[in-house]
Design a protein around this ligand. Structure first.
Ligand code: GUN
Length: 283
């Protein structure tokens, strides 16, 4: 088997064009410009790159975009004060605090200070709880993008065995919940899982989200599996995923590349969530 590529760049472009058209319509007919505020604390290089990509993507689709770059010495109290201001700012429909935050700042406390209706990351306990209950909510961007990619295969997910590797609140856990909602049978593996290979070998769908370069080898992939790689690590200046791409491509039916698979979809889903926030706040 030679896998077909799930091209996150191409799919993102289609979705972003549709968002751009909708933004034009909202501006022309209702005077609404969706607005996103992104807050970054400290000087983690990779996080700054992601934030500038988010800012550019917002500008390109016609959103109002504000970026707050705060020094690493910023206190929890100062961050909470900024979030209060953004919660009250009528130009801002969505608020995102880039993770990770510096040591000493409680991420859950910060995320749960964002108004749930502006929580376009879907990290607030209210949105996370609603996702678990199957209620309408903001869905975290990376798992939302992962599901969008899987749906592009047009495979029926009912009864398929999905193995998610990674149990983070940002990717692994919500990805598991989303796949469960699609009637897949879900196994979540993590660093304490015994015999990871045994689990992955049984998977019709593999979602890898641990950030361990090429942890998942080709001989672990079942023939015809759908393989989604959400891992990104720099190795010798090159971005490498959690899956050994060349080997896995020989076994999988569909596979995402790194870069150009899940990454662009994450930002696209952030745009979708911000557009949704703007529309619901103006109802
Ligand atoms: N850091 C890595 N991924 C994400 C994300 O999806 N949202 C935020 N806020 N921070 C991140």
């Amino acid at each position: 088997m030679c896998a077909k590529i799930l091209d996150g760049r191409k799919i993102s472009k289609e979705i972003r064009n549709a968002i751009m058209n909708e933004v034009h319509h909202l501006k022309d007919h209702y005077g609404i410009t969706p607005g996103l505020a992104v807050v970054i604390v400290g000087d983690d290089d990779a996080s700054h790159v992601y934030v500038s990509m988010k800012e550019k993507a917002c500008q390109k689709v016609g959103f109002h975009s504000e970026v707050y770059k705060l020094p690493k010495e910023t206190t929890e109290k100062e961050l909470l004060t900024l979030i209060d201001e953004l919660n009250h700012n009528e130009k801002i429909n969505g608020i995102l605090v880039q993770l990770p935050l510096p040591k000493g700042i409680d991420e859950n406390l910060i995320n749960s200070h964002i108004l749930p209706m502006k929580d376009v990351d879907g990290f607030h306990a209210v949105n996370a709880g609603k996702l678990l209950l199957g209620e309408e909510s903001f869905v975290p961007c990376t798992p939302k993008g992962i599901l969008e990619l899987i749906k592009r295969t047009e495979e029926d997910l009912t009864g398929k065995h999905a193995v998610v590797i990674g149990r983070s609140n940002i990717v692994g856990k919500p990805a598991g919940v989303l796949l469960l909602k699609e009637n897949a049978t879900v196994t979540i593996c993590h660093s304490k899982t015994k015999n990871l290979e045994k689990h992955v070998k049984m998977a019709d769908i593999v979602v890898a989200a641990v950030g361990v370069p090429e942890l998942i080898k080709g001989d672990m992939i079942k023939d015809g599996a759908i393989v989604i790689d959400a891992g990104t690590r720099k190795v010798n200046g090159k971005l490498v995923g959690d899956v050994a791409f060349e080997e896995a491509s020989k076994k999988a039916s569909w596979i995402t590349p790194v870069p150009g698979g899940v990454g662009p979809m994450t930002i696209t889903m952030l745009l979708e969530n911000t557009l949704k926030a703007a529309k619901t706040q103006c109802e």
